[in-house]
Write a protein that binds this ligand. Structure first.
Ligand code: 13P
Length: 253
């Protein structure tokens, strides 16, 4: 697909499996996805399984064009942080991308904007690409404060990193009220936020990929991907079904 304003940005589809799967189901899903994504493509595809399945997933993806990612990481590089996983450990396992600041981590694990900023830095220091998630709550949206919330989440990271490092990062807009609810942002709602996020990037505005996430399915992907400031999708539920996932990847291709 050719978009006048983003002719140089490759579309990206990221599957965030969240805390789903087991060895048997994962193998079944990955064999089907790899078989359906052979050859050359104009879109990049990334799969982010739970930590324990990274090695198994990586081995089933090896030789394919599909890249491996992780769902979060520690802000620390090593040490006495029981249960944490560092970005360099993820690099060891051939991860290329790490999702950070997902709203489920912010809301359920209490991750703050500042922690997310430190995770962003840790991911880049390990040579990996952060996928920084931002998004407003339903309350923010109802009060018309979506851009204010997203601006604050972005500024918290910019304050620690500057903007230049976004040359090697991906942004994702995931409205909290659209995640796992079946309610997708309308094309107008999504495009408004993506345009705003792009404008915050200053000189890099035209270069950084900005994904949309929140109840993206095969039936609505094409319409979202056609928008000038949307460069792909961050998928939850749809990444657990090979046919659905591949249909979305093809829509981005
Ligand atoms: P759903 O696609 O299930 O709404 O989840 C989106 C998401 O949170 C991806 O990170």
């Amino acid at each position: 697909m050719n978009k006048a304003s983003n002719a140089k940005r490759r579309q990206l589809v990221v599957g965030n499996w969240k805390m789903n799967g087991n060895l048997h189901e994962n193998a079944d899903l990955l064999v089907k996805v790899v078989a359906g994504w052979q050859g050359e493509h104009n879109a990049d595809v990334v799969i982010c399984p739970p930590f324990p399945y990274l090695i198994h997933t990586g081995s089933l993806l090896s030789g394919s064009a599909i890249l491996l990612g992780a769902q979060t990481t520690s802000e620390h590089s090593k040490g006495a942080y029981t249960g944490e996983v560092s970005a360099s450990m993820l690099a060891d396992l051939d991860c290329k991308f790490v999702i950070i600041g997902h709203n489920e981590r912010r809301r359920l694990q209490g991750e703050t904007d500042e922690q997310v900023a430190r995770q962003f830095i840790a991911v880049q220091q390990a040579g990996l690409i952060p996928i920084l998630c931002v998004g407003e709550s339903l309350k923010d949206r109802e009060q018309g404060r979506q851009l204010e919330t997203i601006g604050r989440q972005l500024d918290a990271v910019f304050a620690h990193t500057g903007k230049d490092v976004f040359n090697n990062a991906v942004l994702a807009y995931e409205p909290v009220w659209a995640v796992g609810t079946g309610k997708t942002a309308t094309p107008e709602q999504a495009e408004e936020v993506h345009r705003f996020m792009r404008a915050q990037l200053g000189e890099l505005a035209g270069k950084v990929r900005i994904l949309y996430g929140g109840s993206v399915k095969a039936h609505n992907a094409q319409q979202l991907f056609a928008l000038p400031d949307i460069d792909g999708a961050l998928l939850g539920g749809a990444s657990l079904d090979a046919d659905e996932f591949l249909a979305i990847c093809r829509a981005a291709d």
